[in-house]
Design a protein around this ligand. Structure first.
Ligand code: CA
Ligand code: CA
Length: 307
């Protein structure tokens, strides 16, 4: 998750330009639909304050203390429900997850909390979105409903063919810069694991590397030809970051969401790009499809690079 925070810091500054820290995005906003994938309730060792909406709903401070004192007797306390659901106990005091009533979601503190669904409706917050999706569970409409992007729904201009071609050029350059930035900042944090660091070190130390900045498409294209090898790992790395639920070599809509959702309002080719990446149209973006989308040669697709 930490990597995503840095990631979105980068995103929020300038879409796919040099990483900056201009806008803070909270973890709560890093809406992934990952928890939608998890159908079974998950028991957690530690209680994450605020995760259980029952806790969030406690209004008065005094009552809050009371709830915490009763924690051991509250079967819902360590019972985690996926987004859109809350824990309730039945007559036998057994906890279970039920759909949250959207009207119990805390109101948005600003437009930045709004989310646009694939039904082109603006949801006040991610909580409202997931609660609504839950109520549609089992229906065709519910199955089709995904979180499309962060922010209120707006007109997104169509992506033209020539613009679509530019998108991966800028994105792979940006991915490389994100990795280099993570590497530079890695002194005190474990933003990258040791294997990843070794890979990025080579890119970082390569003097021929195109430095982060606003570059013309011609220069980006030239650099991709000249320094092709530097782009292989970043493209794989991004895939590995997204392919987590489960890590099976295929990206679902939900897995792509952390990348798509903040990007769509800023980059109007995002949706078309990811749709067309799925060349066989099976709704999943396989590693091979992903790599091809970014211009990698077939022989350079290597699942062992996802480290
Ligand atoms: Ca997957
Ligand atoms: Ca596919």
């Amino acid at each position: 998750m930490r990597v995503w925070i840095v990631f979105l810091l980068c995103l929020a500054g300038h879409a796919m330009a040099a990483p900056t820290e201009e806008v803070l995005v909270t973890e709560e906003e890093l809406v992934t639909e990952e928890e939608l994938v998890t159908e079974e309730p998950i028991f957690e060792e530690e209680t994450e304050v605020g995760v259980n909406p029952v806790q969030v709903d406690v209004g008065e401070f005094d009552e809050a203390i009371e709830v915490i004192e009763d924690a051991e007797e509250n079967p819902c306390m360590n019972y985690h429900c996926k987004r859109g659901k809350v824990c309730e106990v039945d007559e036998d005091n057994t906890p279970m997850c039920v759909c949250q009533d959207p009207s119990t979601c805390p109101p948005a503190e600003g437009d930045f909390e709004h989310n646009c669904g694939t039904d082109n409706k603006t949801y006040e917050t991610a909580c409202h979105f997931f609660a609504t999706k839950c109520t549609l569970e089992g229906t065709k409409k519910g199955h089709k409903l995904h979180l499309d992007y962060i922010g209120p729904c707006k007109y997104i201009e169509p992506c033209l063919d020539n613009e679509l071609k530019e998108f991966p050029m800028r994105m792979r350059d940006w991915l490389k810069n994100v990795l280099v930035t993570l590497y530079e900042r890695d002194q005190d944090n474990d933003l990258l694991n040791e294997k990843q660091k070794l890979r990025v070190k080579k890119i970082y130390e390569n003097e021929k590397r195109l430095q982060a900045g606003e570059h013309s498409l011609d220069l980006l294209a030239q650099d991709f030809q000249k320094n092709y090898n530097m782009y292989i790992f970043p493209v794989h790395w991004q895939f590995g970051q997204l392919d987590q639920h489960p890590a099976d070599g295929y990206l679902t809509h939900s897995e792509l969401s952390p990348l798509r959702a903040p990007l769509i309002p800023m980059e109007h080719c995002t949706t078309r790009f990811f749709d067309e990446c799925d060349t066989d149209g099976d709704k999943y973006v396989a590693l091979e499809e992903w790599a091809a989308c970014f211009g990698l040669k077939e022989q350079d697709v290597d699942k062992d690079l996802i480290i």
